[in-house]
Design a protein around this ligand. Structure first.
Ligand SMILES: NC(=O)C1=CN([C@@H]2O[C@H](COP(=O)(O)OP(=O)(O)OC[C@H]3O[C@@H](n4cnc5c(N)ncnc54)[C@H](OP(=O)(O)O)[C@@H]3O)[C@@H](O)[C@H]2O)C=CC1
Ligand SMILES: O=C(O)[C@@H]1CCC=N1
Length: 277
């Protein structure tokens, strides 16, 4: 691998997910070289954070993906799964030998991606999540067939700049995606539901936001800082014969664990479908 001490990074397709990584990374940019980004439209380009070396819309420069791919040590493919193959083929001849190509796409296998790229580049498949935006992401990464330990460590360093990283085998990426990739969505779903309950109980939107956001943030922080398991932390809230006991009983009557397992299975099944589309 011929990668400089401060590797340059091109984000090709920079929307919700890659935009979150980009935002988080720009907060810790000193470890990296030039960071650039592309989008399809000018409107999406204008929504990107400032601080990149270049943010380019294909609408203004149709060849921007190839140009930035050729100039970068690391290329992050951030388009929708159905577009990954076309984007990989588009930049294939521009990539320098030894370039690290990172995909964030759900479902798309390393084998499929490698089939669109030259053998001289290394692939790492990743599954990040959007709290990367604030440096609190969780990302799983799996090495492709030509990825050296150095490539994996480089990918790790990029995602560690925006949160925690797990290096896993590729067959664990889809299950990991169901827990942490999609995870912020179910946290927000709970927040939406409890916000509605608070409104129905007569609180204002501002009061509901303080209660719901403060509770999610406070409980999460306590869980991270405490040595107690979540079950013990829950027990500490649940006074015997108290109010929480009644609330938790109602929730547990809904058989949450099998429900969550079904939800995870549905996400994993969809990842396999995306791989086949
Ligand atoms: N959202 C999430 O939480 C997560 C998403 N992912 C993965 O991230 C990928 C992107 O998802 P998400 O960020 O939600 O999608 P978005 O639609 O928000 O982002 C896609 C971006 O790609 C741009 N784009 C499309 N085609 C091209 C192209 N040919 N060249 C350059 N840019 C292009 C779009 O520009 P424009 O807006 O102008 O069309 C847009 O900025 C998917 O593969 C998904 O599986 C993975 C983990 C979590
Ligand atoms: O919904 C999706 O397909 C992507 C992958 C995980 C989170 N968002």
């Amino acid at each position: 691998m011929n990668i400089s001490a401060k590797p340059s990074i091109a984000f090709l397709g920079t929307g919700s997910m890659s935009g979150a990584i980009l935002s988080g990374l720009l907060e810790n940019a000193e470890a990296f070289g030039a960071v650039s980004a592309t989008t399809r439209s000018a409107a999406s380009r204008d929504a990107l954070p400032s601080g990149t070396a270049e943010s380019v819309a294909l609408a203004d420069e149709p060849g921007a993906n190839q140009r930035l791919a050729a100039a970068s040590d690391v290329v992050v493919l951030g388009v929708k799964p159905a577009q990954i193959g076309d984007l990989a083929s588009e930049i294939s001849e521009s990539l320098r030998p030894g370039t690290l190509v990172i995909s964030v796409a759900a479902g798309i296998t390393i084998e499929a991606l490698e089939s669109c790229l030259p053998e001289s580049v290394a692939v790492v498949r990743s599954m990040p999540n959007t709290p990367s935006h604030v440096g609190l992401g969780v990302t799983g990464i799996a090495a492709g067939s030509a990825a050296t330990d150095e490539h994996v460590e480089l990918a790790r360093s990029i995602f560690e700049a925006v949160g925690d990283v797990l290096v896993v085998e590729e067959d664990q990426i889809d299950p990991l995606s169901a827990i942490s990739g999609s995870g912020p969505a179910y946290v927000y779903l709970f927040a939406e539901a409890w916000t509605q309950v608070a409104l129905d109980l007569g609180f204002t939107a501002e009061q509901a936001a303080v209660m719901v956001q403060g509770t999610f943030k406070g409980a999460s922080e306590l869980m991270v800082r405490s040595d107690d398991e979540p079950s013990e932390l829950r027990r500490k809230v649940t006074s015997p014969k108290g109010t929480t006991e009644q609330l938790i009983k109602v929730l547990q009557d809904a058989e949450l664990e099998p429900l969550f397992a079904r939800a995870a299975d549905a996400a994993i099944k969809r990842a396999k479908e995306l791989a086949a589309e």
